[in-house]
Design a binder for this molecule. Sequence first.
Ligand SMILES: Nc1ncnc2c1ncn2[C@@H]1O[C@H](COP(=O)(O)OP(=O)(O)OP(=O)(O)O)[C@@H](O)[C@H]1O
Ligand SMILES: [Mg+2]
Length: 421
Amino acid sequence: MTDPAFASRRAPAPALVADSPAAAPSPRRTRTLMLGGTPGVAEMVARGLARDENLDVDFRPHSLADYMTRADADLAGVELLVFEVRPGDDTDLAVIRELKRHFGDALQILGVTGDALTLATARNLMDAGVAEVIPLASTQPQMAQAAPLDDAPDMPATQGGNGHNGMILAVAGAAGGIGTTSFALNLATRLAARERKSTDPAPRVAVVDLDFQNGVLGASIDMTDGGAYLEMLQGQADPDQPFLDRALATYGPGGFDVMAAPVTLAPLDAMTPDLVARLLDTLRTAYDHVILDLPRALVDWVDAVLARADRFFILGDTSVHTVRQIRRMIDLYTDDHAALPVEVVMCREKKPGATHLREAEHFLGQPLATWLPRDDRAAGRARDHGQPLALAAPRSAVVRAMGPLTEAVRADFANTSRRRA
Ligand SMILES: Nc1ncnc2c1ncn2[C@@H]1O[C@H](COP(=O)(O)OP(=O)(O)OP(=O)(O)O)[C@@H](O)[C@H]1O
Ligand SMILES: [Mg+2]
């Protein structure tokens, strides 16, 4: 705390840090949302908050400003918002002012920070409407020093070469909460389903959560990593075939395998270009379709992914901001990978009329064939059942709209396999 005078004028903060004693239970718990983008720090605060029996804590791994731009942002009923202060970044201030304007005293806002704040920063936050800024003892997440992969043997990339068998299908969102992870799981479900009249064995399908800082993919279908993924990120396990046997588990109801994110938060740069390249090269020798749920953050290892991708799905919607972001992603990723087959999938929207469609296609330089409508009921059912939407609500318009895309991937795979046979 930089200015005790400020603190004393405001309501006392609840117990925040991990080792604070829990307060006496009260009959009604304060609905609390913790937002923080720094692994370790945010996690520790959320754990500490959850120990306070007066608080009913929800945690989202996003900065305040990022969270508020998300399609799934939801502050309804939240009484206490705790967010990680990002010194030097003013975007949160405008959001705080807006929230205070909207919710007034119904919403208390607290900032927490592991860094020393200047008095000016603290004052700005409080002027914007933050009740208090609470310093944390600096915490060093365990994984922040994930061991570099020193002794990894040099393995050549095998794109298109020996052993290339499966297709790599990369999936990335142009906006947070747009439905990327749901799409990856639905695609896996659809691809793993044996075609009705086919006598061929069911395709081997794997879904890999490369958005491992979020770790939502496994959690949404009740699957967790047994420790192998973390070992790989720490440089203690090579992504070879025996590793796949440990790191992937079969999701029975869907008939596909899942590599779920580690339980412990890991920084995105614990993955390296070499590591992801070797992981993908092993995966595609073992599976027919390897679906990758990519993080939104720009990471240096995404290049190694795109160099191997047979399809790159970018998910977005027609809001101006997102369309621009899709365009930027296409430009950025195809700059180095001119042959990368990009396919834009529009989410939570029905196909618009011809004029709008033409405009969007013209701006993106892409045909927009797939439009996945919004279906809150099916999405809710999927969440309640801990299943991919394609399993929980197979007749949903969302699933039907994925039909042509799935068939195109299947046909591509069949043609490639025939050519190689
Ligand atoms: N077509 C849809 N209609 C309505 N809700 C949907 C639809 N698709 C997904 N959702 C819901 O939207 C929320 C976010 O979905 P999801 O986790 O797949 O998004 P994401 O883009 O992967 O998010 P993140 O940026 O956190 O990775 C989930 O609650 C999901 O159930
Ligand atoms: Mg996701």
